[in-house]
Design a binder for this molecule. Structure first.
Ligand SMILES: Nc1nc2c(c(=O)[nH]1)N=C([C@H](O)[C@H](O)COP(=O)(O)OP(=O)(O)OP(=O)(O)O)CN2
Length: 139
């Protein structure tokens, strides 16, 4: 029988502070482009993270990927790094990179891509607010 390809999902959550700012722009332009997200003293978000892995079902386990293991991988590599952090000040990843939802999703993707076997397709969905979310990669 042809192995079935199935997607498994794991939802996680973290809280972090950030400030959107382009140091090459004037204060006036940063304020105009980013509005309240440019607040000098930072602001926080409750980020909801969805990680999707797609692959073939292992006929022995019935699993594509053990979701408990996926949870542990996300905790160790993403949550422990970003939860309750100021992304701009506390992390190497965003010391020189604007922590927009898009960039955070790409950073999380690349961290997980380095730890999860390439035989699994990986997609990240990141909710910055209940109504604002991004996906990476797009296909
Ligand atoms: N392309 C992007 N646009 C915006 C980003 C981003 O990361 N990428 N980020 C922001 C703000 O940081 C934040 O997400 C917006 O907050 P807010 O306007 O409060 O959004 P809410 O959904 O909570 O509230 P609404 O009232 O529904 O707008 C802005 N843009």
């Amino acid at each position: 029988m042809t192995p079935h390809r199935v997607s498994v999902f794991r939802k996680e959550h973290f809280n972090a502070a950030h400030r959107l700012n382009n140091p090459n722009w004037s204060d006036e332009k940063n304020e105009r482009v980013y509005g309240k997200c440019n607040n000098f003293n930072f602001h926080g978000h409750n980020y909801d993270l969805e990680v999707r892995l797609t692959g073939e079902i292992d006929p022995e386990t019935g699993y594509v990927y053990d979701m408990k293991k996926l949870s542990d991988v996300i905790k160790v590599n993403v949550l422990d790094r970003f939860d309750h952090k100021n992304l701009n000040l506390d992390t190497d990843e965003f010391s020189d990179l604007n922590p927009s939802a898009e960039n955070i999703a790409i950073v999380i993707h690349d961290i997980l891509r380095n730890t999860i076997d390439s035989k699994f397709d990986l997609k990240i969905r990141l909710y910055e607010t209940e109504r604002n979310y991004v996906e990476y990669p797009t296909e």
